[in-house]
Design a binder for this molecule. Structure first.
Ligand code: PRX
Length: 574
């Protein structure tokens, strides 16, 4: 990567909220950021108030907050509308006894109802747990069970994936759909919304009270519940200002689903804390539909992901010319390494630099970024944002000099740092095992100018199209299939998706390898867990490499796949 370091794109920078690029931020203080919030004066904290009601109280109730498009709906909501609707649903929630600290999950495709529900859950002081719409039975059950969720907002179409009988704590189902059959514990969303008052008291909370629980994958064990608190709004607001560069009058589009952290921190909180118009597009990716979304809504700030940009690149320049994208001012990316050629292509074709940003579910907000006021080096994640101190450290906590690869670590704390892993203190502590630092699990190096360069993951976590997949979760599902004796899962490099999921499988007695069996096994994971976790490639092996304690050695599988030396095999079974 070092030959790229001379390459800097610095022309064409949009006007920036951070002013001119400066090397140090000695004057930065989070207290200055706090002053942006009404609670700095009133002492009354709730993120939903700051995101919606505050704008109405400031006389901006008629401004457009949400523009929703999907193949079947095209709707616009003002801040006043969202205030009224979230109040109504807050009243519905309260009528069923939902209150501060309860975990309430949302499981539905992107729709205005999803955004209203999330706001309302936060308004009553409950902790919102977003579930990605593609999750199937096992994925849904694991998360509801671990969190002890008392309520779920879902649609009639997704309801069959919720195994209510196995979830004794789940007392209330709020169902969005038609022809809902009355039943104990089931609430008809539309019917009750009609009857509910559009006025509601907001539950004032403490800055350290629970806001959101996002489940994410590690390399071992089931997904972990990453718990964030209202205080995270400082990071959302501040990065919304200096990284997203949001300004009055912007039309902003974040392409992520709220089932993932980008879709909440930057698909809900940051834009609405800034009072800008937030575009939400449902449905699947298609280059034409996405360009059309920019044109139709006059999007000015666009936050997407490398996989999407690679697919746009694959779709070519001609299609770009069919749309008017002239309203765009600023483009950003997150989730996986952003290839330098994609940055160059974007600059040529869109006339804008694509700004990479690095962060994680656990960090709650952007930490290392190419913010608009700085020259960018294609291929680098950028520099720590003001208020954040990042470094490359070795396993003993020693800070390494430039160009040495090591653990990407962040000085603790920062406002949006996770506060808990739900029900799993040991897991939480692993991240903070070196005093004073959060260890990200990513490896990187820093160059002589303080730019950070992503190198990889330390663990086996797979990043497929920007979605984090835990190999253990996929392996556990695979071995539930009657034909599968053992399974080991790795990420295989892929030019479009970053990585795809590849499973190595040994079969049980009586089963013979075949293409049909591969397809069936893949479908089994897709239908039991979720589409994004299903292996795109399966290879049958007579036996899998294991340690003497019986653990499948994914490292060896990866070496087989990439034709690399397998490294230290001293712990292998035989
Ligand atoms: O490995 C890094 C990769 O995605 C991981 C975090 O995944 P998740 O919690 O799902 O959050 C994704 C969006 C915030 C990181 O540990 N990652 C994220 N951003 C980048 C990245 N890898 C390279 N470059 C990035 N900009």
């Amino acid at each position: 990567m070092s030959q790229l370091q001379g390459e800097i794109i610095s022309v064409g920078a949009p006007s920036s909220n951070l002013g001119d690029y400066v090397e140090t931020y000695d004057n930065f203080s989070w207290e200055d950021v706090e002053k942006q919030f009404s609670w700095y004066e009133t002492g009354k904290v709730n993120l939903a108030y700051e995101a919606i009601d505050r704008h109405v109280d400031a006389g901006k109730g008629d401004q457009i907050a949400l523009r929703f498009n999907d193949p079947t709906r095209d709707e616009t909501y003002t801040f006043g509308d969202l205030q009224a609707k979230s109040n109504q649903f807050a009243n519905v929630l309260r009528s069923r006894g939902i209150s501060k600290g309860d975990r309430v999950f949302v499981f539905m495709p992107r729709s205005p109802e999803l955004y209203v529900s999330i706001l309302a859950i936060i308004k009553v002081g409950a902790v919102v747990g977003p579930l990605f719409e593609a999750f199937m039975e096992t994925a849904v059950k694991d998360r509801l069970e671990d969190s002890g969720a008392v309520a779920l907002v879902t649609t009639t179409a997704l309801l069959p994936r919720v195994k209510r009988k196995e979830l004794p704590l789940l007392q209330h189902l709020f169902l969005v759909g038609k022809d809902i059959v009355p039943e104990k514990g089931v609430v008809d969303y539309y019917k009750e919304m009609e009857l509910a008052s559009p006025e509601a008291e907001i539950e004032w909370v403490n800055r350290e009270d629970g806001l959101i629980l996002h489940y994410t994958s590690g390399s071992t064990g089931k997904p972990k519940g990453v718990y964030h608190v209202h205080n995270a709004m400082l990071q959302h607001y501040y990065t919304g200002k200096v990284v997203l560069d949001l300004k009055e009058g912007d039309v902003y589009w974040c392409t992520a689903d709220p089932g993932w952290v980008t879709g909440t921190s930057y698909g809900i909180f940051a834009p609405w804390l800034h009072g800008v118009t937030n575009v939400v597009r449902g449905g699947r990716f298609s280059p034409g539909d996405w360009y059309e979304t920019i044109q139709k809504n006059k999007v000015s700030v666009w936050y997407s992901a490398p996989t999407a940009f690679r697919m746009f690149m694959g779709a070519g320049e001609d299609i770009v010319k069919q749309y008017d994208l002239s309203t765009l001012r600023h483009i950003l990316s997150v989730g996986e390494p952003l290839n330098p050629e994609v940055v160059r292509w974007g600059y040529k074709v869109y006339g804008h630099r694509i700004h990479d940003t690095w962060w994680m579910t656990e960090t709650g907000g952007q930490l290392i970024c190419n913010y608009p006021s700085m020259p960018i080096k294609p291929g680098s994640m950028g520099k720590p944002v003001p208020g954040i101190h990042a470094a490359i450290i070795d396993d003993n906590g020693k800070v390494l000099p430039p160009h040495r690869m090591g653990n990407l670590a962040i000085r603790t704390p920062w406002p949006s740092m996770m506060r808990l892993i739900w029900n799993n203190a040991p897991k939480y502590e692993e991240y903070f095992r070196i005093p004073g630092w959060y260890i990200s699990g990513d490896t990187a190096y820093m160059d002589e100018d303080g730019y950070f360069w992503f190198q990889g993951r330390i663990d086996d976590v797979i990043n497929s199209s920007g979605e984090r997949v835990g190999p253990f979760e996929v392996e556990s599902k695979l071995v539930e299939h009657p034909a599968v004796a053992e399974a080991g899962v790795i990420g295989k490099p892929d030019p479009t998706r970053g990585e795809i999921i590849k499973a190595f499988i040994s079969l049980r007695e009586g089963f013979a390898p075949s293409e049909e069996l591969k397809a069936e096994i893949s479908r089994f994971v897709k239908e039991g867990l979720s589409a994004h976790a299903a292996p795109r490639e399966i290879e049958f092996k007579d036996r899998l490499p294991k340690t003497r304690s019986g653990k499948i050695m994914r490292r060896v599988l990866k070496a087989w796949e990439l034709n690399l030396p397998a490294g230290d095999l001293s712990t292998i079974e035989d």
